[in-house]
Design a protein around this ligand. Structure first.
Ligand SMILES: [Zn+2]
Length: 326
């Protein structure tokens, strides 16, 4: 897996590095780094932050350089925002820097980011430049420094402090890195439902079950409660209490993931209903205690649709369920 060095320039308390109205450059840089990290999280790479991601210390530049070299990163990007006079002015535009004697890789990385930076921020392109910045002044690892607009420029300020502007900056860097390093999307995690039931008689939660591998429940012992989650996305579910002389038969409130469980201890249920926001078909089945059989598979979620809106027959306790993606 490729490693990427990412750096939010300066520290929160570095004197002078701020907008005229006091927004710290580090925090703008950090916001952009966080979005870059987020975008790249679905790619096959690891981000190494050279500024430790906390801002309290302005780590010395030599320490930052050592960190990314020692980590063995494949590329390094330092995120900055520019300043001209420190008071409001009309300076505007973005720049990407290499060191004074760039390698071909430095120049390619700079270009991969720069073209997008101009496009995505909508700010004036001031060019790819060379400078003796210590943070990128080594030729072992492709490294660039980005200036994403002027903190004291009245026009740039509006862009760089907005979510859209920060996202544009971050996207430019992330996509530039994706192209430069030829990063590939991670194989997405398998989608699975994990669920368990609370069993009457023995009055306990049974172990989690994953999808189709098993069912949750012990035949002959009615179940009272259900708890479920997905490996990604959200699952919503509810249970129907069978009802007794003292307890009215009814649907209990919907539960999302493991924020709660659906059901009441010691009150057997006779129906369940599930749905997810994954866009994939979720199938579920209830096992009837009395008849000892699995009821038909249900894929819908509608408590007034007894055919495909929930699993169960009112009045007949269920002692097991099965929930899985098709
Ligand atoms: Zn800076």
């Amino acid at each position: 897996m490729k490693k990427i060095g990412l750096d939010a320039g300066h520290g929160l308390y570095t004197a002078g590095k701020q907008t005229p109205d006091g927004i710290k450059e580090w925090s703008l840089n950090d916001d952009v780094c966080d979005i870059i990290t987020d975008i790249l999280s679905s790619y096959d790479c690891e981000i190494i932050r050279t500024d430790k991601d906390e801002g309290y210390t302005d780590e010395p530049l030599s320490q930052r350089v050592d960190r990314y070299i020692n980590a063995g990163v494949s590329a390094f990007v330092s995120i900055h925002h520019n300043a001209y006079t420190g008071s409001w002015n009309s300076a505007t535009g973005v720049e990407v820097y290499t060191d004074r004697s760039p390698t071909a890789a430095d120049e390619r990385l700079a270009k991969d980011i720069y073209d997008r930076l101009v496009m995505y921020t909508g700010l004036k392109g001031r060019g790819i430049k060379r400078a003796n910045f210590q943070i990128i002044n080594q030729n072992k690892i492709p490294a660039v420094l980005c200036e994403g607009g002027f903190m004291d420029g009245t026009f740039d300020y509006k862009i760089i402090t907005s979510n859209i502007g920060k996202r544009g900056y971050a996207r430019a860097v992330a996509e530039g890195l994706i192209e430069f390093l030829e990063l590939k999307k991670k194989e997405s995690e398998p989608l699975e439902v994990i669920y368990q039931v609370w069993e009457d008689v023995k009055a306990r939660w049974l172990p989690d079950v994953e999808g189709k591998k098993d069912h949750a429940g012990n035949f002959k012992n009615a179940i009272c409660c259900v708890r479920a989650n997905l490996t990604r996305g959200n699952i919503y579910y509810k249970v129907h209490i069978k009802g007794t002389k003292t307890q009215k038969a009814r649907w209990l409130p919907e539960v999302k993931n493991r924020e709660d469980y659906a059901g009441n201890y010691n009150q057997p249920i006779d129906a369940v209903a599930f749905y997810t926001d994954t866009g994939k078909t979720l199938c579920y089945e209830a096992h009837e205690k009395k008849s000892g059989r699995w009821l038909p598979t249900v894929t819908g979620y509608n408590t007034s649709d007894s055919r495909n809106g929930y699993a169960g027959n009112f009045g007949n306790e269920i002692d097991a369920i099965r929930v899985y993606f098709k």
